[in-house]
Design a protein around this ligand. Structure first.
Ligand code: SF4
Ligand SMILES: [Zn+2]
Length: 365
């Protein structure tokens, strides 16, 4: 599974590439600072039904881990969206207000319930990105909207405290709250050596227990096919991770197949032909395997909404449009319904000749 690699040289490479990326970041206008990076409404899976997601990606000063001497995670290019100019609470509050204002009517007339996700490409509980005042403003906005049933935020472990979680729970007691954590894999070696995440599974468990105690759900992000793993390694890592998380009882697992982001170590490896984004076949194989092994268990909500799906930089099979479109639609149907039958209809989707090529190379790339 592992290809030979020296961890100290990985960190050096990440730092060198990250420093160049940070230098190349562009300046944002005042208008851009007062509007989020993006925001949208689309179909999504709610805990027990099909619904809608309302997502806002805020522009902040950027992830402290990525800006530190560590260089950040090997696959993450979010730092490109962060601001060089100083960005204050007022800007971020304006970003939130702008997105809410723009989508207010759409939310009002929609019949389905909403899950609201607010992401800052860093950590919601990092005070240097999102202050307490901004957090309270966001809680208030969510509280005021009856249509929002679920609320999701994400954070690295070091910024999460019991007090912050209790405060959140107290302010939004009638909503289902989920804390998303980028655990990426249950394997500490892969997470810390290949991804450079600097996070231990034991620390994750401590936060998980606090959430359980307070009544907050936990969503785990898993990275599908981290650098230096081949397809079979990615399948094994994903299956092992999800089984572990099912046994633990997390509420949601979000599987994120790698998307090659600009200015990352991963992009460098990809240019050198030392990395290929995962095949859909591998993702489906992992999901089918988990279903087979755990079919008598209660499953968490399983989500996967891959960025760049069907392109060279994202999860793809061959580059035939119809082959990838079919895969994207199967994955979408599975996520919205949580019905494994969508993944089991082999005849329906194993008809592209790239399957043979995949089988031949899955242990090598
Ligand atoms: S993956 Fe998360 S923790 Fe890692 S650098 Fe990106 S934003 Fe920071
Ligand atoms: Zn194909």
């Amino acid at each position: 599974m592992k290809k030979s690699v020296k961890s100290s040289s990985i960190v050096e490479n990440i730092k060198e590439i990250r420093d160049k990326t940070i230098l190349k970041r562009k300046n944002f206008t005042s208008d851009q600072l007062n509007k989020p990076v993006s925001f949208w409404i689309k179909d999504d899976r709610l805990l027990n039904e099909k619904g809608k997601e309302f997502t806002i990606i805020l522009r902040t000063k950027g992830c402290s881990w990525a800006l530190s001497d560590s260089g950040g995670c090997s696959m993450c290019g979010y730092i490109n969206d962060s601001s060089i100019e100083s960005i204050d609470d007022k800007h971020i509050i304006n970003q939130v207000n702008h997105a809410f204002q723009s989508k207010l009517e759409e939310i009002r007339i929609e019949r389905k319930n909403f899950i609201f996700k607010i992401f800052n490409s860093g950590s919601f509980f990092d005070e240097s990105e999102i202050s307490e005042e901004v957090r309270n403003h966001i809680y208030q906005k969510v509280y005021e909207s009856d249509r929002i049933q679920e609320f999701v935020i994400e954070s690295r472990l070091e910024y999460i405290s019991k007090m912050k979680l209790i405060d959140l729970k107290n302010q939004l007691n009638d909503k289902y709250i989920e804390l998303a954590i980028g655990l990426e894999t249950v394997n500490d070696y892969i997470r810390n050596t290949y991804i450079n995440k600097s996070m231990s599974y034991d620390d994750f468990i401590k936060v998980f227990r606090i959430c359980k105690e307070i009544g907050i759900g936990v969503r785990v992000y898993l990275l599908f096919k981290p650098p230096f793993l081949n397809e079979q390694g990615a399948i094994d890592d994903c299956v092992r991770s999800i089984i572990n998380l099912i046994n633990l009882g997390v509420e949601t697992v979000s599987i994120n197949p790698i998307n090659i982001q600009k200015g990352t170590l991963l992009e460098y490896l990809w240019y050198q032909n030392r990395y290929r984004p995962p095949w859909f076949y591998s993702l489906f194989k992992s999901l089918r395997k988990i279903h087979e092994l755990k079919k008598d268990s209660t499953f968490p909500r399983l989500i996967s909404d891959p960025s760049g799906a069907g392109t060279k930089r994202g999860i793809h099979n061959c580059l035939k449009r119809e082959c990838n479109q079919k895969m994207i639609s199967i994955l979408r149907n599975f996520v919205l319904s949580q019905d494994f039958n969508y993944l089991n209809k082999k005849d329906a989707y194993y008809d592209c000749d790239c399957l043979t090529r995949y089988r031949l190379q899955k242990n090598f790339h």
